[in-house]
Design a protein around this ligand. Sequence first.
Ligand code: MTE
Ligand code: MO
Length: 310
Amino acid sequence: MLIRKPSDIVPSEITPRELYEGRREFLGTAGKLALAGAGLVLPGAAYSANKLATVPGPYKLDDKLTPLKDVTHYNNFYEFGLDKEEPAETSGKFKTRPWTVAVEGLCAKPQTIAIEDLLKIAPLEERIYRMRCVEGWSMVIPWVGFPLATLLKRVEPLGSAKFVEFVSAYDKSMPLYGKAVLDWPYTEGLRLDEAQHPLTLMAVGLYGEELLNQNGAPIRLVVPWKYGFKGAKSIVKVRLVDKMPGTAWNKAAANEYGFYSNVNPDVDHPRWSQATERRIGELLKRKTLMFNGYNEVASLYAGMDLKKNF
Ligand SMILES: Nc1nc2c(c(=O)[nH]1)N[C@H]1C(S)=C(S)[C@@H](COP(=O)(O)O)O[C@H]1N2
Ligand SMILES: [Mo]
């Protein structure tokens, strides 16, 4: 590998991949400062480079991790474009500071919490989760975050709260702002017991660093036993409600995307099979597992017909 001095590098040559995988190592602090001073740290400033202090979380996997390059350049974030590469290219101007999350609705202590305080709400855990998109691809991502249950406990849900609604940011800096793609802002929902399940994560980072905008900075939901679209990005509101909330994808196509959206190889999408998936980076397809392999959630659905409640 050819190693060059920072002064030899022109901005157009600094690809995110080089920044993530290696260049920071060989540049060292002095080199990084030189780049930052010259305004060369990722044009558009989508790259945070902010390391997070983490503790090992309760969920690990033997599966090979999906490379950071794919996790950050093969994204669904429709507000920033419909192609997988677009969010990484177009989300640089999206502002994630200052940022607050309003936790409100049917709770004793509704509150609006600044991102700085959310980062301190609990020790940030690293949790390696299998992720499965409804489109038929999957990844293995080392998330950093805290249980959503911790946040919910803080606001003291009332007995009347049965569901949780999540609302994503909706901002003029988004290329698809005002375009009739989905019913913006993007919203999602969980039943309260799903939201309180220990697997359900509020993610603030991945691979040990703050989330990039394309992955839903500064805070997003991760529900590993459900299809990826349940994981609303760049969340500004968490609402405790008594009725099943609408969700962006259910509103767009109710026959294709139900409220539950559990990963289920036995329930095909009306337009394609869900029996198998392609792990990004692999050639052969693998069998999709019920609940994406997270069988500990099965009891949440005891007695429910999961073909009807898809
Ligand atoms: N606000 C918002 N959140 C969203 C989406 C979106 O378009 N807008 N796409 C969803 C879909 S379909 C998937 S698969 C995951 C992708 O997350 P990732 O790009 O971090 O892997 O984000 C989900 N969250
Ligand atoms: Mo998805």
